[in-house]
Ligand binder design. Structure first.
Ligand code: MG
Length: 256
């Protein structure tokens, strides 16, 4: 017997211990989960991340979403940020990362789509293993990829905040997407770099698995990142899949 899986989600954010303003924005609604980390002077980063999240929010509640709908909406968010910056000189150059997770339909069956531009991240926890789904668009990520620095060195590198792709730029660099089948019991984390620069992967995995209440998990992740230094705004959205998946999906995902 299988029952329709239910999603439970929660979010948490904190300005941290160094920054004066929280320029991160986030949303968790239905089957759409988004985090954006804004950049720009005079609190324009906050404006950019909010425009990005609110533009994506227009897709929430829409059924039969396809991966390309997400990409088109990210492009719309980029245009909205550029339009606002053109109308308000103090917003010139404002930008934002955008990372998200959404349920999509692919060839008639439900899949997950992850989308990303910038260095916020989407992680997936399956069978106790935490994996980063998204790929960072940042100078330090490129340095790690070519073996010039380690992951630990990247966290304290002077260029750690320099993203190589973001929203608020014309032309827009490509938005990455990943599409995959759901797995029973999986958990997701969408977060800004204020979390991942403070906590390592084993600790994130431990906290993500430690409680069945997503709000407890979200609050614990943020509290630990702030305690560890809180050098940046910290924002997390956690998503838990509860219950069995539909039979045809479950059978492919888990051999019985
Ligand atoms: Mg940040």
């Amino acid at each position: 017997m299988s029952t329709t899986p239910t999603l439970v989600a929660a979010m948490a954010t904190d300005v941290g211990r160094v920054r004066e303003h929280n320029e991160d924005s986030a949303m968790a609604e239905g089957t759409l989960f988004v985090v954006a980390d804004g950049m720009g002077g005079h609190q324009a980063g906050e404006v950019a991340s909010q425009i990005a999240v609110e533009t994506l929010r227009q897709l929430s509640g829409r059924s039969g979403l396809r991966p390309r709908d997400l990409v088109e909406q990210v492009k719309a968010a980029n245009r909205a940020i550029l339009t606002s910056a053109a109308q308000h000189p103090e917003q010139t150059g404002m930008a934002t990362t955008l990372s998200g997770l959404a349920a999509v339909m692919v060839e008639g069956s439900e899949h997950w789509a992850v989308f990303n531009i910038g260095d916020s991240r989407v992680y997936r926890l399956v069978d106790g293993q935490l994996a980063q789904v998204s790929v960072d668009h940042s100078e330090v990520a490129d340095l790690v990829r070519i073996g010039a620095i380690t992951e630990d060195e990247a966290k304290v590198h002077p260029a750690r905040n320099l993203v190589t792709r973001c929203l608020g730029r014309d032309p827009l660099e490509p938005v990455d997407t990943w599409v995959f089948r759901p797995q029973p019991g999986e958990r997701f984390l969408v977060c800004s770099d204020g979390l991942t620069n403070e906590l390592d992967v084993p600790e994130i995995a431990e906290v993500l698995a430690a409680d069945d209440d997503p709000q407890v998990v979200a609050d614990t992740l943020v509290a630990r990142a702030v305690r560890a230094g809180g050098r940046d705004n910290v924002t997390v959205v956690v998503v838990f899949v509860q219950g069995d998946l539909p039979a045809e999906v479950g059978e492919q995902a888990v051999p019985r």
